[in-house]
Design a protein around this ligand. Structure first.
Ligand SMILES: [Zn+2]
Length: 214
């Protein structure tokens, strides 16, 4: 491969899911700049060549669920808008062990939720129903349990208490975990630092001490 600064599609990417195809593309271009257009090309269904609308959500999941570092212009001054870069194939270790809801509790939550997504944004409830087509994210809605308080703050959350849980659609699961504030387009710095390892927190702490001259 050349030593160019920009990545190449190479491929073909025949992985079954959009996320897997995007992941394989990034892993084949470690340290190289890739563009939005390339990602969309790779994300296309290999059979139908249909362009997915939800590629950006899948990219978010690679960051938040899989723990990959994918940089954009928001994190690196030398990247332009619509350019992305995966500096290394390393994944962040998972933060803690997920508390599982008990199946009967999940049934109670679903019943309370009227089998709809309970995401509430300033009084507007998402309301997507299991099996609906998500008009924004695309794809079929699957509701899954989310416990309202972050694990780190409340590791002893009762897996049998329906009040501690809510039903969320896939898009809102991602949004909750997302480190990006979709409303402002800015990094949710506080959430990132909270989820960071002890070592990374220490580095941030040292940086801020120096920054503020303490
Ligand atoms: Zn929702």
């Amino acid at each position: 491969m050349g030593e160019g600064k920009y990545g190449e599609i190479k491929g073909p990417y025949l992985q079954r899911s959009i996320k897997q195809r995007i992941e394989a593309f990034f892993l084949a271009n470690i340290g190289k700049i890739v563009t939005r257009e390339q990602i969309i090309e790779v994300a296309k269904d290999p059979q139908t060549a249909r362009e997915p609308e939800n590629w950006h959500q899948r990219l978010s999941e690679l960051r938040t669920d899989d723990g990959y570092t994918i940089l954009s212009w928001r994190n690196r001054g030398d990247l332009k808008i619509s350019e992305y870069l995966m500096p290394s194939p390393a994944k962040r270790p998972k933060v803690g062990r997920r508390v599982q809801i008990q199946p009967p509790t999940w049934q109670l939550v679903l019943k309370r939720a009227n089998y709809r997504c309970e995401w509430n944004e300033g009084g507007v409830v998402c309301g997507l129903r299991e099996g609906d087509i998500d008009p924004i994210g695309g794809g079929t809605v699957r509701l899954s349990p989310d416990h309202k308080t972050p694990h780190a703050l409340n590791p002893d959350v009762d897996p049998g208490d329906p009040e501690k849980w809510q039903a969320l659609c896939g898009r809102h699961q991602v949004m909750k975990k997302n480190y990006w504030d979709d409303n402002t387009g800015w990094l949710n710095v506080y959430a990132i630092v909270q989820a960071a390892s002890e070592q990374e927190k220490r580095a941030v702490y040292e940086f801020l001490r120096t920054y503020f001259g303490d």
